[in-house]
Design a protein around this ligand. Structure first.
Ligand code: FMN
Length: 231
């Protein structure tokens, strides 16, 4: 993990060129990671520097309610005082042009890895002054990608999750925010090896072969748009 110094050395202060993807799946080579990598490829095609961060590799916790990010006269206003593996990641995101968050749906919400990230990133940026607007003075573009087992039609079940997170990103980042919903994902390499008879494997295979590549293309275009669109 790079530290703040590397960010500076890369000339990224207030910079427009870095696009960061954050993977909230514990699986580093599965559906969510593939979509995020496609988005980063799209961003790179528009000239951005890119980095994919897997939250599962980091030791960190959610917000500890210390309120240092709201305390007058301290250096922590608008940033997070907790020091752990997420600290340099949050610093990097604050320096980026765009951040793309990706999470599987776990029990009707994002994963605990992503939720803890959002608590830290979201809360430090929501000012208790200024009608709850962002503490950020510049704009960062953003996106939220979701993957899930349920078919596309049922993905509307989680609309409250999408709405909340898109609203939060818009408020925190102040830039353009996009969303991608990828349903009916291929969960296992070999469905025969798992007790999962309720799934129609042929249907899921078809979604994997025909729909997932289209979602990857959408991700690529989102990455390209977010790194190219004006701030
Ligand atoms: C603990 C757990 C809970 C899950 N809960 C849901 C759920 O509520 N709804 C759903 O559609 N899929 C659910 N899934 C399936 C995942 O969202 C889906 O397989 C996703 O694509 C996994 O992302 P990944 O391949 O990047 O790891 C769950 C999977 C796990 C392991």
């Amino acid at each position: 993990m790079d530290d703040g110094k590397d960010v500076k050395d890369a000339g990224l202060d207030g910079n427009a060129g870095m696009v960061i993807a954050i993977n909230g799946s514990p699986r580093k080579n599965a559906n969510t990671a593939a979509l995020l990598q496609n988005a980063l490829d799209g961003a790179a095609s528009a000239g951005a520097e890119t980095e994919l961060i897997h939250l599962v590799d980091l030791q960190y916790r959610g917000c500890m309610s210390c309120f240092a990010c709201k305390r007058k006269g301290t250096k922590f206003i608008g940033s997070c005082a907790l020091q752990d593996d997420l600290t340099p990641v949050l610093e990097k995101v604050m320096q980026s042009r765009a951040v793309i968050l990706g999470s599987p749906i776990y029990l009707a919400d994002v994963t605990s890895l992503m939720r803890a990230f959002i608590e830290r990133f979201g809360f430090m940026n929501i000012s208790y002054d200024n009608k709850g607007q962002s503490s950020l003075t510049r704009k960062i573009n953003g996106a939220f990608f979701y993957t899930m087992n349920v078919p596309k039609l049922a993905s509307a079940l989680f609309t409250y999750v999408y709405k909340f997170n898109t609203g939060l990103l818009k408020r925190c980042l102040r830039g353009k925010v996009e969303q991608l919903i990828c349903a009916d994902t291929w969960q296992f390499d070999d469905y025969d090896k798992y007790a999962a008879s309720r799934f129609d494997v042929a249907k899921k295979k078809k979604a994997r072969e025909l729909v997932f590549p289209k979602d990857c293309e959408k991700a690529y275009l989102i990455g390209k748009r977010l790194s190219g669109s004006p701030l």
